[in-house]
Design a protein around this ligand. Structure first.
Ligand code: GTP
Length: 211
């Protein structure tokens, strides 16, 4: 049995007015609320079932208020990050990229997961950030990418949170496996050997794939 913490800490980051609170509250209550007080950070504690085995996982979501703070403490605190920009605000996209850069520097060498989320895609007519450039940034920082509208769709917001949570969960599980059970080079090589028949008598002369 593993004895690691059954908790995931998510930080919601992004420029002011991109919809950080709208997305957080939409996920937690399924409702879209147009205006929020944004003078303080809010920490929400919640229990969710997003895995096939239906074991509830404790999550903490920190909805930050973008008051010009550096976020350093928040970045050190969190295991995973929802980095939000608005598809109608280019500055917020550049800020999301800067935040991903900062997270990757501050979290090294520890593992973290991140999802870059373009919000307000109901405002397609005013779009200033294309999907392809956002995809490129997400590839550069090895994070997931999605676009949603907190105003129009609960399911998109739920998908974003659950994709992030699933990735975070599987990385936690993998890191807590005993070393000999992790899929190392040897076991990858062995698995490929099985697939390509390296170990079967009939195929011994087949060129083997070495890693
Ligand atoms: N059209 C549209 N408006 C949205 C959407 N999500 C949020 N908004 C609006 O955007 C504004 C900012 O939303 P907030 O959730 O307060 O944004 P925030 O990032 O938490 O703001 P700060 O705390 O000030 O940084 C509000 O007027 C929301 O109603 C969306 O998906 N579509």
């Amino acid at each position: 049995m593993t004895n690691f913490s059954n908790k995931i800490k998510i930080a919601i980051l992004g420029r002011h007015q991109v919809g950080k609170s709208a997305i957080t509250v939409r996920y937690l209550t399924k409702r879209f609320i147009g205006e929020y007080s944004s003078a303080h950070d809010f920490l929400y504690k919640h229990s969710v079932n997003f895995e096939e085995n239906h074991v509830p996982v404790e999550i903490e979501i920190l909805d930050t208020c973008s008051n010009g703070c550096s976020y350093d403490d928040v970045i050190r605190w969190a295991d995973s990050f929802l980095v939000i920009y608005s598809i109608v605000d280019r500055d917020s996209f550049h800020e999301a990229e800067k935040l991903l850069k900062k997270i990757s520097k501050l979290k090294l060498p520890s593992y973290y997961t991140a999802l870059m989320l373009g919000n307000k895609n109901d405002l397609e007519h005013s779009r200033t950030v294309s999907v392809s450039e956002a995809q490129e940034v997400s590839l550069n920082y090895n994070c997931q990418f999605l676009e949603v509208s907190a105003a129009e769709s609960y399911s998109g917001v739920q998908l974003a949170f659950h994709s992030l949570l699933k990735e975070t969960r599987s990385s936690q599980l993998h890191r807590n496996l005993p070393i000999r059970r992790k899929l190392g080079v040897n076991s990858v090589s062995k698995a490929l050997g099985n697939i390509f028949g390296k170990n079967s008598k009939a195929d011994r002369k087949r060129p083997s794939l070495s890693i």
